[in-house]
Write a protein that binds this ligand. Sequence first.
Ligand code: ACO
Length: 327
Amino acid sequence: METYLKILATGIALPDKVLYNADLERMVETSDEWILTRTGISERRIAEKDVATSDLAADAGRMALAGAAKLPEDVDLIIVATATGDHLFPSTACIVQDKLGAVNATAFDLSAACSGFLYGLTVVHSLLSTGVYRNALIIGAETLSKITDYSDRATCILFGDGAGAMFVEPGTDGKGLFASHLGSDGSLTKLLNLPAGGSRMPASRETVDSGQHFIKMNGNELFKVAVRSMEVAATRTAEKAGIDLADVDLLIPHQANIRIINSLGKRLGVEKEKVFVNIDRFGNTSAASIPIAYHEVRAGGRYDHDSNILLVAFGGGITWGGVLIRG
Ligand code: ACO
C-alpha cells in the first residue's frame, strides 16, 4: 500500500519587526510604487540583531509539536532547510534539536535554497515510507536580512525573515503528501549566490570590504528560469500524482515575486483564485516561504481532506521542486 506523508500539525515564527516599503525609500533610491508593481511586496519581517535562524526555527518547531500533541523526546528526525544557518557548522538542525530538547532525534541541515523545504519533504517521505524513521519535524527557516546588502536596491527590497515547520508521520489513509518531483541545474549557480565565507573564498578583510558576504543575484535571468523551472516542477508532480492540473484546488508557489507567480499560474492554466499569495506581507523568505504559506492555508480552514494542494518552488543552485498534498 502506498505510504502518504501525513501532516499532523504546522507552525510558524515571524519576527515582530516590520520593514515597510516606506522604510526602504529612506535607505535606497526606490519607491513604494516601484516595489509594489515590480514585486508585489508591501512589507517584510526582519529579525532583531540577536536573533539567529535557529531561534525562529525552534519557535516554529515548538508550535508544530504542540499542535501535534507530541513531546520533544518523541521526535525521530529533524531537518532544517536553510541558506542562512547560524554557522557553516555545526548544523542549525543540531542547535534546534538542543533548543527543543529533542534528545532522541537525528538532526541535519538541507541546502537547496528556496526549494529546501520541498526537498526536505521529499527526503522525509522516502525515509518514513521505508520505515527508517517513524516521524519527522521539517523546518524551513531563514534570516536573509543578515546576508542582504541594504545599499543594493535590486535585492534589499525582496527578502524577509521567518520560519515554518511541519510535524509528519507515515499514513495509509490516502491523506497527505503522495507525489513529488525534484530537479537541479548546477550550471546556473552564478544566477544567485553568496560568494564569500566558504572554502572557495574564505572570509578576509577584502571579502568584507567588497561586500562578498551579501547575496548576489541576476534578477532578470532568474525571473525566466523561475517560471520555467516551476512550470516543470508543477507539471511533473501532477503527472506523478496521476492528476490533471485542472484538478488542483490550490497552487502554493514559492513567494519570490508576484509577477513570477502570475506568469506561472497563467502558463499552468490555474485560475488566479486558486493561487495562494502572501508575498505582500512577508516578501521572499526563501526556504521558509512554502511552510509559512501552507500554515496560513491550513489555519484558514478552507480546504478539506480531499483537496489537491500543489506546492512548487525554485531556488539558488538552481533547484526546483513540486509536492502534491491531498488535504
Ligand atoms: N527601485 C527602483 N528601481 C529599481 C529597483 C528598485 N528597488 N531595482 C532596480 N531598479 C531599476 C533598475 O536599475 C533598472 O533601471 P534602468 O532601466 O535604468 O537600468 C530598472 O529598475 C529595471 O530593472 P530590472 O532589473 O530590469 O527590473 P525587473 O523588472 O526585472 O525587476 C526584480 C527586478 C524585481 C529583481 C526581478 O527581476 C525579479 O523579481 N527577479 C527574480 C528575483 C528572484 O526571484 N529572486 C529569487 C531570490 S531567492 C530565491 O527565491 C531563490
